[in-house]
Design a protein around this ligand. Structure first.
Ligand SMILES: Cc1ncc(COP(=O)(O)O)c(C=O)c1O
Length: 368
């Protein structure tokens, strides 16, 4: 059986004619940089989220950087985030000369533990970046409440959670800025790198647009130091077609997740815990499993793709030595890195494939 962790080409085959036509339209227009498809797609995402402003950029990583720059994060500032995330979340903090201050995770959801945030706040704290990991929203009510009481900004890392909602409201719309990634494997994936920042603050959005264009509003007049981070027109055209399927694709992922969880009942694996008041869109289906590395080797033998998101927490990465952390600082994160295992998750999974994968896991635990 041919299994894949993500199936970007399967999706493409269903909508090939429309995607190809959209690409050709851009090729024929010659408007490769900031063509009209970029603005059209920005308006689609703003409408989808019910947010005032959306600014395309080159990646989810750049989206985070633009947000931090527009909110005035400078060297010496502290930004609170989770150590259990993709490197980009904290990388941009460090690149700007600020310090990532980590807060451990809630072991059930793998998201930042909001009960631990306040003790990490210091007079230098300027912002907090919650990550909606694997597609499950972080506890936004508590995060917004803390940020208001302490006068700190909130940047939501929505890279893995476009379309997820918390108490009926879409993630990306709670904080000062929401950051989206359209990396090909994301729930709404481009055919290359792409990203977006969204905000209800017009001034902040305008600053992000300026920073993304070399700090200029008018060509060759530079108000601030900026970067070159534009949403590519071809990617915007592709995303403009794929966007129409986002909710349907998210529903397909949720259905696959439900099947996995039902089929894995009776095994010692711990299925994803879903908060009762959220809509989790299952960017990843991540289990907590006993004897993780042996199970991973067994799945490999049976040609079942799987992944460890993430094997090393950020506070123990060499690149973040400047944050001054050590082993043992964030025990919930450290045990998660030793126990998590993600199974294939995409919109094209069949019942037969799900059965094969889960039967293999059952087989492993029956033998071991
Ligand atoms: C949580 C998180 N933040 C940020 C990013 C960065 O996005 P990109 O790869 O588009 O730069 C990713 C994904 O790649 C991610 O998973």
């Amino acid at each position: 059986m041919k299994l894949q962790m993500v199936d970007v080409l399967g999706q493409y085959s269903h909508i090939k004619a429309d995607v190809d036509a959209a690409i050709h339209k851009v090729l024929e227009s010659g408007q490769f940089i900031l063509g009209k498809e970029v603005g059209e797609f920005e308006r689609k995402i703003a409408g989808y989220l019910g947010i005032g402003e959306a600014v395309g950029c080159a990646s989810g990583t750049d989206a985070l950087q633009l947000a931090l720059m527009a909110l005035g994060i400078r060297p010496g500032d502290e930004v609170i985030t989770t150590p259990f995330t993709f490197v980009a979340t904290a990388e941009v903090i460090g690149l700007l000369g600020a310090k990532p201050v980590y807060v451990d995770i809630d072991p059930r959801t793998f998201n930042i533990d909001t009960h631990l945030i306040e003790r990490a706040i210091t007079p230098r704290t300027r912002a907090i970046i919650p990550v909606h990991l694997y597609g499950q929203p972080a506890e936004m009510d508590a995060i917004i409440d803390i940020s208001r009481r302490h006068g700190i900004k909130v940047i939501e890392d929505c890279a893995q959670a476009l379309g997820a909602s918390y108490k009926g409201k879409k993630v990306c719309t709670f904080g000062d800025v929401g950051c989206i990634s359209f990396f090909p494997s994301k729930n709404l994936g481009a055919f290359g790198d792409a990203g977006m920042v969204v905000s209800n603050d017009k001034d902040c959005a305008a600053r992000m647009r300026i920073i993304a264009a070399h700090g200029s509003r008018v060509r060759y007049y530079h108000e601030v130091l900026g970067i070159n981070s534009r949403l590519d027109t071809i990617q915007a055209a592709i995303l403009g077609v794929k966007y129409a399927y986002l909710d349907q694709w998210n529903a397909a992922r949720k259905k696959a997740a439900e099947r996995y969880t039902a089929m894995l009942q009776g095994t010692p694996v711990v299925p994803p815990y879903v908060l009762p008041h959220v809509d989790h869109i299952f960017h990843q289906y991540t289990l907590r499993v006993p004897r993780r590395d042996e199970l991973a080797a067994y799945l490999k033998q049976r040609e079942i793709p799987h992944a460890i998101y993430y094997p090393v927490p950020l506070h123990l990465q060499q690149a973040f030595a400047m944050a001054g952390n050590k082993k043992g600082d964030f025990p919930a994160t450290e045990s998660a890195t030793a126990e998590v295992l993600s199974l294939p998750m995409h919109t094209e999974l069949t019942e037969e494939q799900l059965t094969y994968i889960t039967d293999s896991i059952k087989g492993f635990y029956a033998k071991h």
